[in-house]
Design a protein around this ligand. Structure first.
Ligand SMILES: Cc1cc2nc3c(=O)[nH]c(=O)nc-3n(C[C@H](O)[C@H](O)[C@H](O)COP(=O)(O)O)c2cc1C
Length: 222
């Protein structure tokens, strides 16, 4: 099969443009509008987002995680605090998250600083997860080298068996302290709407300091 010509592969979009009149003054409202539209238009994982982090070595790294909550306080995802991203965030709390919704040709960039969510919130979400996911999260040393996958799976199965045999689920499958949520509190948003002939619409919302009351909104060149 002939390889696709990536240089010239292009798609034109004719979506509703984003304009000075149509963008919300409040980036959380604008996010909510697009997120709800993504929930009905995107076929897979509309809440998947790319989280980029950078530790003291100044080498950035990115991976997909799932958005579990958003509010004017920030954007929450859950992970292992001792993973590669967890270590980087403990060294440098600045992070970015990125959503790409291809059906409507939209991209949202959000930059800010992260904090761990309260333990009670991590407990609540962890205990709502299926037993298999909890056992896997407990046994997994996320991002460390795994030499024997079979052994890992056996450990997960053994943990689930203890529950099946009448063990106390809240004790056996308790949230490990190294697993929990991060909340990213934004100081920058960018909403990108793909347009025709590459005349894309981009709107940036910026707060230069946390006590700045209103967001500064600017249109950016595509
Ligand atoms: C669709 C999708 C959803 C994911 N959701 C999560 C998640 O919510 N939390 C998480 O820790 N990892 C999630 N992952 C796995 C991460 O991409 C990554 O492999 C893992 O967090 C380890 O990253 P790190 O080594 O950079 O810390 C997801 C991966 C994909 C493809």
């Amino acid at each position: 099969m002939k390889e696709r010509d990536l240089y010239h592969m292009r798609k034109d979009y004719s979506p509703e443009p984003l304009t000075e009149e149509s963008v919300s003054r409040d980036p959380f409202m604008q996010f909510g509008k697009w997120f709800h539209e993504a929930l009905s238009t995107e076929t897979t994982e509309p809440n998947a987002m790319i989280v980029s982090t950078c530790g003291l070595d100044m080498i950035p790294s990115s991976r997909v995680v799932l958005l579990k909550k958003y509010s004017p306080d920030g954007f929450v995802f859950f992970t292992n605090y001792k993973s590669r991203k967890g270590n980087q965030l403990s060294q440098n709390p600045n992070a970015s998250i990125l959503f790409f919704w291809p059906v409507t040709m939209r991209q949202v960039r959000i930059e800010g600083t992260v904090e761990k969510v309260p333990e009670s919130e991590s407990d609540e979400y962890f205990s709502s997860r299926p037993a298999e996911s909890r056992a896997t999260a407990i046994i997994s040393k996320q991002s460390m080298h795994l030499d024997n996958k079979e052994l890992f799976e056996k450990e997960v199965s053994a943990m689930l068996e203890r529950v099946d045999n009448g063990g106390d689920i809240s004790d056996i499958l308790a949230r490990p302290l190294n697993w929990g949520g991060y909340n990213l509190k934004p100081h920058l948003f960018e909403f990108w709407q793909g347009g025709t002939n590459r005349a894309h619409d981009r709107f940036e919302y910026l707060k230069e300091s946390p006590d700045q009351p209103d967001w500064t909104i600017s249109r950016l060149y595509p």
